[in-house]
Write a protein of this length. Structure first.
Length: 276
């Protein structure tokens, strides 16, 4: 399993890095669109849409993203869109987690499908706009989620259950602990402070310059918390569907949604904070 994970990761990096650092945003934007289309296909399968229906959902996702690209939305400031998306993610994420696994099937199927498409479209638009702003800016968003995940893993392994009495969400993801959440937040605080000191056009430098260090630190902790919400929401949906992974598209890693779940709320929320 480890060998398979490593091989898949190396192949993904060999594709991702050249697209990310290309002189124009086009290759990375196209690659992100392809990944979101795969996520839409997985979303259809998780919601019992069937093979052809899931392919159709992926096609709709490609069409929505393609039309947004053609309309020039990647270069346009969209503060209202990001503000609305941020509020909806916070409220909907909290509501979904409060209702738990049993609450997911009670939502009408059409709303689940459309909601998933909207989430994937917003994430694609956010990551594409971030790449248009600059590679460093985009990396500051991606690394925030990845660092939070890595620090959470090691903090959870080292201290899980020792400092708190209960698990984070035992009915949704039994393996996650509060110590992991705190470790992830410590990681993003360290990342953001280090990057502000080093300089560069990042989300952290923007927030620190326009709103001060305290607001910047609060913002990155908030984003780390919302990355956990994204992770838990996907775990909730998979548990409701009775599956371990969203698909087998990425051998050793599961599916695309398994890799981007924490990014889905974080990307539009980061763009919301950057546009203030």
């Amino acid at each position: 399993m480890l060998k398979q994970r490593v091989i898949t990761a190396v192949v993904l990096l060999a594709i991702l890095l050249p697209a990310l650092f290309y002189k124009t945003p086009m290759p990375f934007t196209a690659l992100a669109l392809l990944l979101m289309a795969a996520g839409a296909w997985e979303w259809g399968r998780l919601n019992s849409l069937g093979s052809m229906g899931s392919v159709g959902l992926a096609a709709v996702c490609v069409l929505a993203c393609g039309l947004s690209w053609y309309a020039g939305l990647l270069e346009k400031p969209l503060p209202l869109l990001w503000a609305v998306a941020g509020v909806v993610w916070v409220l909907a994420g909290g509501w979904l987690l409060r209702n738990g696994v049993a609450g997911w099937p009670r939502i009408p199927k059409i709303l689940r499908l459309l909601g998933g498409l909207l989430v994937l479209w917003l994430a694609w638009l956010a990551v594409a706009q971030a790449r248009v702003i600059g590679v460093q800016f985009l990396l500051s968003l991606l690394l925030l989620v990845w660092v939070a995940d890595i620090f959470a893993y090691f903090a959870g392994r080292a201290f899980g259950g020792r400092l708190s009495k209960g698990k984070l969400a035992p009915s949704i993801s039994p393996g996650k602990s509060w110590e992991g959440v705190w470790g992830g937040m410590a990681g993003v605080l360290l990342l953001s402070l280090s990057w502000v000191v080093l300089g560069g056009e990042t989300l952290y430098s923007r927030l620190a310059q326009h709103h001060g260090m305290v607001v910047m630190l609060l913002a990155v902790v908030f984003l780390a918390a919302m990355s956990v919400v994204g992770d838990l929401v996907e775990s909730l949906i998979k548990r409701s569907a009775g599956v371990k992974d969203s698909s087998g598209l990425l051998p050793g890693h599961g599916g695309v949604l398994d890799r981007v779940d924490a990014l889905l709320p974080t990307l539009p929320l980061a763009m919301m904070l950057a546009s203030f």
